[in-house]
Design a protein around this ligand. Structure first.
Ligand code: NAD
Length: 357
């Protein structure tokens, strides 16, 4: 297979972890006989410094000409004074919008070797944790119109519009069911159908789409209950699908209970344009350039790319197994370090993964 990947290292630890992820995919290419051509482009603070904008036109063109986009992280104190539209983060929002990425897939996996880092009681996660949160990314109250702050009857009023069109619900529900088919075949759809009209439509449309996926079990849950169940009994979830607002909160909650920010990958997918793959953590300016960053979230994002963008199941499994074996062999970066384990830096951890592919 021959694929083009656009790399967006960004800021802080972005370039360091991207470097390890790229070497990992090179190892996959050698072992399985593929060719991955990588082209690097500027985004975030690095793009502001070089080009004056967080998302230069040539970066966008390079992304659109690729089969997949791989991002490190953006942002840092150097650019914190800039207004919202000029900040590094605007580059990330811009690329999501331009590539029409309507779905965000975030696995929250607790590797048994890292059970000690989990924030939940051992008896709650004894059976492990493997949840995929599928969040709608381009609709809901974040983008709905009208929105604003106005003065009415002598006082300020703030308002946003929570809105979903049927086709937006249909396409994210379909993706959730397809994702579940490759996993444990369970979808839980989260909404607030007890109080919101938009959620009643959400529930109806998800149930309609389910008719084409009868081999997958569908349940509905109110989002506030889902927030509780994620800490009470997270093992019950396989795929959790929800709108943009609830997904923002529930995906962070699902991730944080694993206790390992440096271990969590993500994928954002659109209908046709290249998908965007990135670790969920930020640019970690406090440890940038010190060979301390955990590269595993980036390496696991690379494996999501192999699986979801290129359909390379065996190759993705090889990367995930290599990460598992590294952990089993006792290697840890500082963020996941425990007593009796072997502390390694960013580049060593990358090398250890490559040796195990
Ligand atoms: P952060 O995720 O960068 O860091 C939070 C803490 O986790 C820090 O102590 C950091 O050292 C640690 N950490 C994060 N990733 C790590 C890794 N791979 N290995 C080891 N430790 C790791 O979040 P923050 O400090 O809130 O934000 C820093 C900057 O990153 C800000 O400018 C923020 O806007 C930006 N940010 C970017 C993204 C993105 O690019 N997707 C996401 C979140 C935050």
């Amino acid at each position: 297979m021959n694929k083009k990947i656009c790399l967006l290292p960004g800021d802080g630890i972005g370039p360091e972890i991207i470097n390890e992820a790229v070497q990992t995919i090179d190892a996959v290419a050698r072992r399985f006989g593929h060719t991955f051509s990588c082209k690097t482009a500027l985004i975030g603070g690095a793009a502001i410094d070089a080009k004056g904008v967080p998302l230069p036109a040539e970066t966008l063109a390079a992304c659109k000409a690729s089969d997949a986009v791989f991002l490190g992280a953006v942002g840092g104190p150097k650019w914190d004074q800039l207004d919202n539209k000029s900040r590094p983060e605007a580059g990330l929002l811009g690329i999501r919008k331009e590539l029409e990425l309507f779905a965000n897939l975030r696995p929250a996996i607790l590797f048994p070797e890292l059970a000690g880092a989990c924030l939940l009681r051992p008896d709650i996660v004894r059976a492990g944790l493997d949840i995929m949160v599928v969040r709608e990314l381009t609709g809901c109250v974040y983008f709905g119109q009208p929105r604003g702050i106005e003065t009415r009857d002598g006082e300020r009023v703030g308002f946003n519009t929570m809105i979903y069109r049927e086709h937006e619900i249909r396409r994210i529900a379909k993706l959730a069911f397809e994702t579940a088919r490759l996993r444990r075949k369970k979808v839980c759809s989260c909404d607030k159908a007890n109080v919101l009209d938009v959620s009643r439509l959400w529930r109806d449309v998800v149930s309609e789409v389910h008719k084409d996926f009868q081999d997958v079990e569908l349940t509905h849950m109110y989002a506030d209950n889902a927030a509780m169940q994620l800490v009470r009994d997270p093992v019950q979830f396989d795929v959790l699908v929800t709108g943009n607002l609830f997904g923002d909160i529930l995906s962070d909650e699902a991730a944080v209970i694993t206790g390992s920010l440096g271990m969590l990958p993500s994928a954002s997918l659109g209908a046709k344009s290249p998908g965007l793959f990135e670790p969920i953590h930020g640019s970690a300016p406090d440890i940038a350039g010190q060979d301390k960053a955990n590269p595993l979230a980036a390496i696991l994002s690379m494996s999501m790319m192999l699986r979801l963008a290129f359909g390379l199941e065996k190759e993705a499994d090889a990367v995930e197994n290599a990460v598992r074996i590294c952990l089993k062999d006792g290697y840890r970066t500082g963020d996941i370090m425990e007593a009796d384990k072997i502390l390694v830096g960013t580049s060593k951890m990358g090398e250890l993964v490559r040796e195990r592919i």
